[in-house]
Design a protein around this ligand. Structure first.
Ligand code: HEC
Ligand code: HEC
Length: 332
């Protein structure tokens, strides 16, 4: 039995692998951006980790997009200023440069526009932009870096979000086993993983989860075949466009590093990849997968885990007597 399925698979694989056909795969390899501005990246990296951008002096971008945990916080919804419960699951920042727009409902056009949101959001970092800018401007080493990068001392929201976005562009995760297979290493995947990929394609998952990020290219309804049951009030694109047809339409999330970014879905209600795959089967493509099929699809999904960000932790320059004081315990 084992030999037989192995034989069938190797025939399948050899039909599948020639480079002429590889270009037709719906998922394509993730590549590092070629043209990053390294001086912006270095300041952006510091600011991404700097909790002084928050009112409490405690929350940084990395608190909710932990780069040691797949760029997410692994919580149903994030913990914001004053231990407030966030309204929605925190998506990963890894490979977020590939998103057609940012946020579950796509309300920010790009990473730069997005980065201004969480700093001032009262439920997240809760720091008015003026104060966040004052904090940065009070720290001579930051001023020096901004000067070296932009040619003068001015610290503006535009520059701050620009450098954070430039850092985020570098948060790509190449060299997953799946990408090795895509680029010609036939031994990179096991037969179960390959069968999982075939099931992923033959059941229409790749119709929505495609491109280099295995997602992030489309807005689609959550609940095509049957409605998605959730207590979370988020309505997706409807909040942005006001169109009835956009109710429950969300950005199709990336499936890169999906084994690391549990719990799943915008409401963070599903804690295992097995259940997430079964929910997608049920409500998006109308297929009830067997446990064996589910396990194969999950084993394929786990091959999408790539190289995680790997750099020395940035050293943050010290505050000065002029730096606005953090307020971790005051009124919300
Ligand atoms: C308190 C937790 C929290 C903090 C702090 C936080 N974020 Fe987020 N982030 C979230 C949540 C939750 C979402 C999803 C919100 C939504 O879609 O409505 C999000 C969305 C994003 C997205 C969009 C990803 C996607 O797939 O759409 C990016 C990029 C991002 N955050 C970057 C940042 C940056 C940069 C900072 C620091 C300036 C930051 N975040 C601070 C919780 C947080
Ligand atoms: C019609 C488009 C569409 C199809 C087809 C589809 N998905 Fe999805 N998928 C989505 C959307 C949209 C979401 C996010 C929904 C939400 O959280 O509200 C999602 C979320 C997911 C998630 C959770 C991602 C996360 O970060 O929370 C997984 C895993 C997933 N899909 C796998 C699959 C698999 C496996 C299939 C095939 C059985 C599939 N999808 C078919 C649109 C689709």
């Amino acid at each position: 039995m084992r030999t037989l399925s192995f034989l069938i698979l190797s025939i399948g694989a050899s039909i599948f692998l020639p480079s002429a056909l590889m270009a037709a795969e719906p998922i394509t390899p993730i590549e590092s951006p070629a043209d990053v501005d390294t001086s912006k990246v270095e300041i952006g990296k510091q600011l991404f980790f700097d909790p002084r951008l928050s009112k409490s002096g405690f929350l940084s971008c990395n608190s909710c997009h932990n780069l040691s945990m797949g760029g997410s916080d692994n919580l149903t919804s994030s913990v914001g200023h004053g231990w407030q419960q966030g309204p929605i699951n925190s998506p990963t920042v890894l490979n977020s440069a590939y998103n057609l727009a940012q946020f579950w409902d796509g309300r920010a056009a790009d990473l730069k526009e997005q980065a201004a949101g969480p700093i001032a959001n009262p439920g997240e970092m809760a720091q008015p932009h003026e104060v966040a800018l004052e904090v940065i401007a009070s720290i001579p080493e930051y001023v020096k870096s901004f000067n070296a990068t932009f040619g003068d001392d001015s610290i503006t929201l535009d520059r701050v979000t620009d450098v954070i976005a430039e850092f985020e562009r570098t948060l790509v995760t190449p060299n997953s086993r799946f990408d090795k297979w895509l680029t010609g290493d036939e031994d990179a995947l096991t037969s179960d993983e390959l069968e999982g990929y075939q099931l992923f394609k033959s059941n229409g998952c790749a119709g929505c989860h495609n491109g280099p990020a295995a997602g992030a290219t489309l807005f689609q309804k959550m609940g095509i075949v049957s409605a998605y049951e959730t207590d979370n009030p988020a309505q997706g694109r409807y909040a942005v466009t006001g169109k009835e047809s956009d109710r429950m339409v969300f950005k199709v999330p990336t499936l890169r590093n999906i084994e690391l970014t549990y719990p799943y879905f915008h409401d963070g209600s599903v804690s295992t990849l097995e259940e997430a795959v079964q929910v997608m089967g049920d409500i998006q493509v109308g297929r009830r997968f067997t446990n064996v099929e589910t396990a194969k699809i999950v084993s394929f999904l786990k091959t999408l885990t790539g190289d995680q960000p790997n750099f020395a932790l940035p050293r943050l320059p010290p505050s000065t007597p002029n730096t606005p004081q953090p307020n971790p315990y005051g009124a919300l």
